[in-house]
Design a protein around this ligand. Structure first.
Ligand SMILES: Nc1nc2c(ncn2[C@@H]2O[C@H](COP(=O)(O)OP(=O)(O)OP(=O)(O)O)[C@@H](O)[C@H]2O)c(=O)[nH]1
Ligand SMILES: [Zn+2]
Length: 207
């Protein structure tokens, strides 16, 4: 839920997004398979995905290339390793990173406010506090699918041009879900957003 809400808001403001999977150094087989499944869903939706390890320095050069000469914002739940990644991008910065074992018991948050840092290769990175919930701007029901790139593409073939892809006949988006062109998970999150449902427990939460 969190990722899709975030991406919708970014799309609404024409901000390109990249999805980073961190801590690949500690993925077991199940986590690896799950992350590949999620990668497929988001690549299919049109997003670039990148597997990294901030700690072991894997694919950090690719992150550097992505961020070079741009102003970027890093977002994700508390403990995913945002501060660790920024430390790798900016040698000598030494942001405080959290001990993961304390996250669940004490709800520890290392970063408490958004901060912007200049990058050695040009550009800036904004670190944000770990986000538990993501409030969204109020969109019109009919416009939300414009911010799901894979739905937007198909929706031009819907019978109604203000189709909400929920219950309308001859809906190209619903057909796309049935044909496997659109991920059922993304579609469900879309329905949750247009119906103003509270963020549900993450389907992919691992613990
Ligand atoms: N094994 C492993 N651990 C990592 C990696 N990246 C970060 N960690 C660890 O995960 C814990 C949390 O990292 P942080 O960088 O503090 O997480 P954060 O996203 O900045 O958390 P908040 O500041 O609360 O939002 C720390 O103990 C890090 O050392 C990684 O790639 N691999
Ligand atoms: Zn439709």
């Amino acid at each position: 839920g969190f990722i899709d809400r975030f991406l919708v808001t970014a799309e609404a403001y024409f901000i390109p997004s990249v999805i980073i999977f961190n801590k690949i150094d500690i993925y077991d087989n199940r986590t690896k398979a799950l992350s590949e499944e999620i990668r497929r869903i988001y690549e299919n939706a049109g997003y670039e995905c990148l597997h990294i390890s901030a700690k072991e320095g894997i694919n950090i050069d690719k992150v550097k290339t992505l961020l070079s000469n741009k102003i970027s914002l890093l977002s994700g739940h508390s403990g995913v390793g945002k501060s660790e990644l920024i430390n790798k991008l900016i040698p000598g910065l030494n942001l405080k990173t959290g001990d993961i074992s304390q996250y669940h018991s004490k709800g520890k948050h290392t970063t408490t406010f958004a901060e912007m840092f200049p990058l050695p290769g040009g550009g800036f990175i904004i670190d944000t506090p770990g986000i538990k919930e993501f409030g969204m701007v109020n969109f019109q029901k009919e416009e939300v699918s414009l911010f799901f790139p894979e739905m937007k593409k198909l929706s031009i073939n819907c019978q109604f041009n203000n189709c909400t892809h929920e219950h309308e006949p001859k809906c190209a988006v619903k057909e796309g879900v049935e044909k496997g062109l659109i991920s059922p998970v993304r579609y469900q999150n879309y329905l949750n957003i247009i119906n103003g449902r509270e963020m549900e427990i993450e389907d992919w939460e691992l613990d």
